[in-house]
Design a protein around this ligand. Structure first.
Ligand SMILES: [Zn+2]
Length: 64
């Protein structure tokens, strides 16, 4: 079972599908559901980013 990488909007809970590459290259993410703007380098997104990195590592190991 595999989920698409992404993070949940802290405001509306909508899953925002975004790749690690997008997260790194973009300075902000906009929720498609409520329009909330997330700053990638903010403290609140650090946990989500960490979770994404963990997910990406699991994905890599799963592909081996
Ligand atoms: Zn939202």
């Amino acid at each position: 079972m595999m989920n698409n990488p992404g993070l949940n909007c802290p405001k509306c809970g909508q899953k925002i599908a975004i790749s690690i590459e997008q997260l790194i290259s973009k300075s902000e993410i906009i929720c498609p559901a409520c329009g909330l703007q997330l700053n990638v380098d903010g403290e609140k997104s650090a946990n989500a980013l960490g979770a994404l990195k963990t997910f990406n590592e699991k994905l890599k190991s799963a592909k081996q």
